[in-house]
Ligand binder design. Structure first.
Ligand SMILES: NC(=O)c1ccc[n+]([C@@H]2O[C@H](COP(=O)([O-])OP(=O)(O)OC[C@H]3O[C@@H](n4cnc5c(N)ncnc54)[C@H](OP(=O)(O)O)[C@@H]3O)[C@@H](O)[C@H]2O)c1
Length: 275
């Protein structure tokens, strides 16, 4: 198949590599994209399309892997370009947003949710798929590092699974970093770390790692936390925990451009809005 990948970000490039290894040709649309995305696409050998006409000519499928807050707009742009074939949205969006995207993308929409880090080796990362064409779509990914799994159900089930998973992992990260900031503000960090060493082994090291791993991506987690909050609320459950997590990541968002951020950097941004 000829597949358009929108776009080759950290995760997207590994989705495209899996498609290539599975025998498909992968193209992308370079207008408005950063040098980082261009470099990833070039080193992966994806065909660069500079116009929508070039991108959609003879196209068999679109795979959307972009910031969650841009997913619906991305689908509208594809529809407005006249394409109406298979459309896989693999973004971290709520089931309600997935259904809104499905209305835009049309009957060949497939809902996806990715769990795990960018798929650079097999066994680390899974693409869950749902909707009527989920099994068929899983067969696009027969080789390569990303494992595709059809979970059945309606469009929205794969996104619901992703929301549940990230609600715990990214919610917990926001909580842990907030606790470290609170301890710092109240000048009880040494006492807290001492107590953790007695009763919560590993939390000290875990907060250091969490800070390093989340700092550069916090800007992208804001919309994901809001999608999760809406998912909870749509089921009659409290969404404010993840609205607060969105606030935590909002404070950390400027760390996107800070090289090698540390826990100290994160605490400074959480408490003072700067370093
Ligand atoms: N990274 C992970 O570990 C991970 C894990 C599970 C799921 N995911 C999901 O995968 C999706 C993408 O993640 P990623 O890690 O690839 O993110 P990323 O590295 O930030 O890449 C996002 C890509 O989308 C492009 N983009 C930025 N703003 C856009 C917009 N307004 N409209 C369309 N495209 C835009 C970026 O281009 P520029 O370079 O021009 O900004 C970049 O190519 C998200 O939905 C995320 O939740 C990621």
């Amino acid at each position: 198949m000829k597949v358009a990948l929108l776009h080759p970000g950290d995760m997207g490039v590994t989705v495209g590599e899996t498609l290539k290894e599975s025998g498909h040709s992968v193209r992308w649309f370079s207008r408005d994209r950063s040098p980082g995305t261009r470099a990833r696409a070039e080193s992966a050998g994806f065909s660069d399309c500079e116009t929508p006409a070039e991108l959609f000519h003879g196209l068999d499928a679109v795979v959307s892997v972009c910031p969650p807050g841009a997913a619906l707009e991305q689908a509208r742009w594809v529809r407005d370009s006249g394409y109406s074939g298979p459309y896989l949205d693999a973004n971290a969006v709520s089931p309600a947003t997935a259904r809104a995207i499905s209305l835009v993308a049309g009957p060949l929409f497939v809902d996806g949710g990715i769990i795990g880090p960018p798929a650079r080796q097999s066994g680390t990362t899974r693409l869950y798929l749902s909707g009527p064409a989920a099994e068929e779509t899983a067969a696009w990914f027969v080789a390569g590092s990303l494992q595709a799994i059809a979970v059945g159900g309606d469009p929205g089930s794969a996104s619901a699974l992703k929301m549940c998973y990230a609600a715990y992992t990214k919610g917990l990260s926001a909580l842990l970093l907030s606790v470290r900031a609170l301890a710092e503000a109240e000048a009880v960090t040494p006492a807290l770390l001492e107590e953790w060493s007695l009763s919560q082994a590993g939390l000290d090291q875990r907060s250091e790692i969490t800070a390093r791993v989340t700092a550069g991506k916090a800007w992208r987690f804001i919309d994901e936390m809001l999608e999760i909050a809406e998912t909870f609320e749509s089921c009659g459950l409290p969404g404010d925990f993840h609205r607060a997590a969105a606030d935590v990541y909002q404070r950390m968002a400027p760390l996107k451009t800070v090289a090698d951020p540390t826990l100290d950097d994160v605490l400074q941004y959480l408490l003072n809005g700067t370093r």
